[in-house]
Design a protein around this ligand. Structure first.
Ligand code: PNS
Length: 165
């Protein structure tokens, strides 16, 4: 049974994240989507809201194959707690590489048996980020190609005409 932890902020989950989850499920028996509880970061959605959106978006996946959770503190501690084999991360462009490279090596230094598996999302999502989605939504732009319909509704409700970028 191979398990991967897919960590992130997911503020909110996008079609790019969902693409990585479905690709991850082809490689791993189980994917644990772990939302970072980050008190310093000013997120648009609460941890609960972010987890609910991921659960809703993945509700057709067998519960034995996916789990949506949150974690505090060091990722490697959480990976160990879960007994996971790998960390799953999406990589979109060269600009992601530096940060991902540093994190992967630091995580491996902290927990030597853990490797990070990088997957590339479909090219349609290669320029997509939660930050840009929040920005476009906050100015009333159309984000329907980037997030599931119910996430779009939540973004509209949250923005209410105000900028939350
Ligand atoms: O979606 P994001 O914001 O790119 O995800 C970043 C995340 C959550 C993977 C990263 O910030 C993280 O792992 N934070 C937990 C704290 C930690 O372990 N830091 C050391 C990483 S080398």
């Amino acid at each position: 049974m191979r398990t991967a932890v897919y960590p992130g902020t997911f503020d909110p989950v996008t079609n790019g994240h969902l693409d990585i989850i479905s690709r991850g499920l082809k490689l791993f028996d189980r994917v644990i989507v772990a939302v970072l509880v980050n008190r310093q970061k000013n997120t648009m959605f609460s941890v609960r809201e972010r987890m609910d959106m991921i659960s809703e978006a993945t509700k057709n996946t067998l519960p034995s194959r996916i789990e949506v959770t949150s974690f505090n503190g060091l990722l490697v501690n959480y990976v160990q707690e879960c007994g996971a084999d790998a960390i799953l991360r999406g990589i979109r462009a060269i600009s992601d590489f530096e940060y991902e490279f540093q994190m992967a090596l630091m995580n491996r230094k902290l927990l030597k048996q853990v490797d990070t598996v990088f997957m590339m999302p479909d090219e349609r999502f290669s320029y997509l980020s939660s930050k840009l989605v929040r920005e476009v939504a906050s100015f009333g732009g159309d984000v329907s190609a980037f997030v599931p319909g119910f996430v779009e509704d939540r973004l509209k409700a949250k923005c209410g005409g105000k900028s939350h970028v």
